[in-house]
Design a protein around this ligand. Structure first.
Ligand SMILES: Cc1cc2nc3c(=O)[nH]c(=O)nc-3n(C[C@H](O)[C@H](O)[C@H](O)COP(=O)(O)O)c2cc1C
Length: 161
């Protein structure tokens, strides 16, 4: 089976979580679609600002090539910004081809909450016609570990359907 893990990360916590989940998916061939802000803090903030203002010109080609067709399972992982996922989440859903009818998993990382954001993610993925079979929040104020993410990955890996 094939899985695609789509994630956005600015500080690395969502990437770390995505990779921890993937490490447990031994029944899957895993591919990534990472959207990662890099460089100095100020550069990251500037890029985030562009994305939040719906300027995705820097990742236009990648977004246009996003196709769910080859995959049995699509993960989407996002940080939480002001109780919502970043705007790039909505853009991913708008651009991804062949997502309708797919099985999907949403997860997010947060410092304080993240509950409302994960509900929003689930709702939007379902509006796009995919079926959310699992969801998870990974919340830590400071150091985000991998234990819960690995556990979550193991649970998904063992699902029979
Ligand atoms: C602009 C901004 C807004 C944030 N808003 C929230 C929030 O509303 N609730 C929360 O729990 N954490 C919030 N956080 C914390 C991030 O969601 C959290 O650190 C996340 O794990 C970062 O993921 P990343 O390292 O992959 O970028 C915010 C962080 C930033 C930079």
């Amino acid at each position: 089976m094939k899985a695609l893990i789509i994630y956005f990360t600015m500080g690395g916590r969502t990437k770390k979580t995505a990779e921890a989940i993937a490490s447990a998916l031994s029944n899957y061939e895993v591919s990534y679609f990472p959207i990662e802000l890099t460089g100095k803090f100020i550069e990251k903030i500037k890029m985030l600002d562009k994305y939040e203002n719906k300027d995705f010109s820097m990742i236009d080609t990648e977004l246009n090539n996003l196709d769910a067709l080859p995959y049995d399972l699509i993960f989407i992982g996002m940080p939480t910004y002001g109780n919502f996922p970043p705007k790039v989440f909505d853009e991913i859903l708008a651009r991804m081809r062949n997502f309708s009818g797919k099985r999907a998993i949403v997860f997010n990382t947060a410092r304080f909450t993240g509950g409302k954001s994960i509900d929003y993610m689930k709702e939007k993925v379902e509006e796009a016609g995919a079926q959310v079979i699992e969801q998870a929040k990974f919340r830590k104020v400071f150091w985000i570990g991998t234990k819960n993410a690995i556990k979550f990955g193991e649970k998904i890996n063992e699902r029979q359907e």
